[in-house]
Ligand binder design. Structure first.
Ligand SMILES: *Cc1c(COP(=O)(O)O)cnc(C)c1O
Length: 408
């Protein structure tokens, strides 16, 4: 079903068509949800299209994996897509595939809390060491490298929730000098706005729960792995695969945290409209950021699209837009808790990237798991995922939440 090659086509054409040729038997324009666990063999080993058992491969998941790889591969970048049950399942599978006890990981000091928890508390128990570093400080990153031990440099840009921007190409050079993989969590930027593989990254991670799914109705994750990247340390996967894509393929099947067919179908449906949604998300986010920046009760706004943001110039160079996420500070924890309790258009909830605007208090909600660590976030921080509603309604909602005395 994945016969047409869309290499060289524009982003939206790739996202809408790659892996999604009309069904050969019925002509169905949309890839069906293949709710089957197993496949008839034409004689032992006579597989049709390589399908044997749905943990190993399922046609709906194949369509999503092909489309995600194409979405992250501009020009002639060659890559392999893998879809998982969640973003953290994708991360877990990748780290198992490329790390061994005694290895060391460098990660951002404002990484997504769940990624930090996985690396520090799950992999830590299996002998993996880590150092949290400010990735905008390239000297500090280079100084954190441990020769013959650092195997992964984990990058998030923009970061969650502080919207830090780091230089993917420069970090790739540091990682590759050290013989380590450069892994980029591209959840906030999305494949529409940033393609880390084209900047030298080896692996892209997505929580497709967020913008790719885009409608807050499905949990999923993905890895997109550049072609022919050797496993660091030149070790081979248990099935002999010497490259990262082969090792991930082995581990995806061996540990089995795959996307189910319906989740894959919903995620693929979301991917097709990502570009148009992102255009609106970021237009609204800029309008909201500009409103907050001049509001007397707001002490700081973190949005890479603002010229006041320290990563603005780098983001303008490395991304094709600034995304729909922003955070702001309001001076005290109580003020932050009050703001998130008062909004009516913004829903108080974790997660992000859906069409509806969400607001939350990272210190007590999404980032509670990093309290007391190097990753602790300011207690007066409010994070918003700016949806695609009308910008005026979003601005007046935040206005009344910041200053209830203004409500008529
Ligand atoms: C949500 C998120 C994850 C984890 O993904 P899940 O789908 O929730 O498992 C990883 N990274 C970032 C940046 C996220 O926002």
């Amino acid at each position: 079903m994945t016969n047409h090659d869309w290499t060289g086509a524009g982003y939206s054409t790739r996202a809408i068509h790659a892996g999604q040729d009309p069904d050969p038997t019925t002509g169905a324009v949309v890839p069906p949800v293949y709710l089957t666990s197993t496949y008839k063999q034409d004689g032992v080993g006579g597989l049709r299209g390589g399908y044997e058992y749905s943990r190993s491969a399922n046609p709906t998941r194949t369509a999503l994996e092909t489309a995600l790889a194409a979405a992250e591969s501009p020009g002639d970048v060659k890559a392999h897509g893998f879809a998982f049950a969640s973003g953290l399942a994708a991360e877990d599978t990748l780290l198992r595939a490329v790390l061994r006890p005694g290895d060391h990981v460098i990660l951002p000091d404002d990484a997504y809390g769940g990624s930090y928890r996985l690396i520090a508390r799950v992999f830590g128990a299996w002998g993996i060491e880590h150092t949290a570093v400010d990735l905008t400080d390239l000297d500090a990153v280079a100084a954190a490298v441990r020769p013959d031990a650092t195997r992964v440099l984990w990058v998030e840009t923009p970061t969650n929730p502080l919207l830090g921007i780091s230089d993917v190409a420069a970090l790739a050079a540091i990682a590759h000098d050290a013989g380590a993989l450069l892994v980029v969590d591209n959840t906030f930027a999305t494949p529409y706005l940033q393609n880390p593989l084209a900047l030298g990254a080896d692996v892209v991670v997505h929580s497709t729960t967020k913008y790719v799914g885009g409608h807050s109705d499905v949990v999923g994750g993905a890895l997109v792995v550049a072609d022919e990247v050797p496993v660091p340390g030149w070790r081979t996967a248990p099935d002999g695969a010497g490259d990262v894509a082969g090792a991930v393929r082995f581990h995806q099947n061996a540990s089995g945290a795959v996307a189910d067919p319906f989740a894959a179908w919903l995620t693929l449906r979301g991917l097709k409209t990502l570009a148009v949604r992102m255009d609106r998300h970021q237009a609204n986010a800029l309008a909201v950021a500009q409103f907050l920046e001049q509001h007397p009760r707001v002490t700081r706004v973190l949005y890479p699209g603002l010229e006041s943001h320290p990563g603005h110039a780098l983001a303008a160079r490395q991304m094709r837009g600034f995304g729909g996420m922003l955070s702001f500070q309001v001076g005290s924890e109580q003020a932050a808790l009050d703001v998130v309790a008062r909004t009516r258009v913004f829903t108080l909830a974790e997660s992000l990237g859906g069409v509806e605007s969400l607001i939350e208090h990272p210190g007590r909600m999404t980032h509670a798991s990093v309290a007391g660590s190097a990753l602790e976030v300011p207690s007066d921080l409010v994070r918003v995922s700016v949806g695609i509603e009308d910008a005026n309604d979003l601005i007046s909602d935040l206005g009344q939440a910041l200053d209830p005395s203004l409500v008529p």
